[in-house]
Design a protein around this ligand. Sequence first.
Ligand SMILES: C[S@@+](CC[C@H](N)C(=O)[O-])C[C@H]1O[C@@H](n2cnc3c(N)ncnc32)[C@H](O)[C@@H]1O
Length: 388
Amino acid sequence: MQIPESYHGREQAFVKHQLLETYLLRLFMIIGQYQKNIRYVDCFSGPWQEGCDDLQDTSIGIALKIIQKCREGLKQMGRNVTFQALFIEKNKKSFQKLQNYLAARPQKEVSTTALTGDFFELRESILEWCGPNDFTFFFIDPKGWKKVVEISTLTPLLKRPNSEFLINFMYEFLLRAHSQDLFQEDMRAIFGEIPETDGRSPEEKEEYLVKLYLKRLKEIVPARGGKPRVVSVPVLEPTIDRTLYHLIYLTRHAKGITVFMEASEKLDLVQRRTRAQAKQKKRENKSGQLELFSSADWMPMEKHADPAEVKLFWLDRLTNSPCQFGIEELADMLEESAWFEGDLQAAFGELAKEGKVKNLDATGKRRSKFVHFAENHSKGEFLIKVIP
Ligand SMILES: C[S@@+](CC[C@H](N)C(=O)[O-])C[C@H]1O[C@@H](n2cnc3c(N)ncnc32)[C@H](O)[C@@H]1O
């Protein structure tokens, strides 16, 4: 996999777009099975830093491509789903480009609307456009944080039932700002308190700040629907080992979490490849010499779940009497740990090999995984801890 030329120098946008594309495809195909109308809102749409006129390297082009694909896919399955998309953009020049692009689109089956103005001021109009009932996916991808990610700013949207959110949380900015006096009130509005991170390592700071924000997001409960569930995935600086932002995903469905984390697990590989290529390009530019081996063929390992830790996590959750582990339980574990299902599967497999745990439903079946969480109508399989 080579990163398209138009993403060079902004490889993090490629990673973000890959996640958006992979997840939206899965999401719309699932939601389209039982809802007749699906809405998509890009609250900070751009186009921004686009490398080509067809906008295929922007969230606008990507979302519309996926919507079209899902609409056709669902139609073939006998489901006639109506898709509607709303794009918000403040910058006049970008908005003009957006309007021209939408007007020139050949596929008119998907209705599109564009509004110009400030997201903060337009929140009510956005909610009016959504109406009260249709499933709506909100993509919130700002350049900064002010009047965007504060809990009070997002609350009217978060309270809307039947909605999901993908929020770009500008971690790098917040890391720099959170301890400065100048930004204390802003931080209180975002985190609900002034985060105290003295004495923490960079990794601990990141975990603390992101978890604090996720906790605040979860406190806003919509009028109907299940409890909010939130996970986040870090997007790193392409050539330096540092987090640029977190993509935060909020849903009210356990299944949403498992599907999003599946998309993120695939993204992990994309991100490693992308960064290896960006680093190689940087080295080559510096030395003026092409390297013998392509980084597309070789990727260094990046930080991953510690297998010993994942095993302990399992042992903590299992008991000596059989418990069913289904999609709800998987979502709980993914949410709490921020690991991938692959990490949990591998650890369970090792524990089973060591004779410490057992899947009581595994006997005599051909298995592709150690635990089939989606079995028995998502109620899962019975697992037991064998050791005391
Ligand atoms: C990070 S870019 C969006 C990139 C786009 N989502 C993508 O992935 O291709 C943020 C966009 O939001 C616009 N913008 C900035 N502040 C805004 C605001 N307050 N309300 C609406 N749009 C805003 C910027 O002009 C810019 O086009």
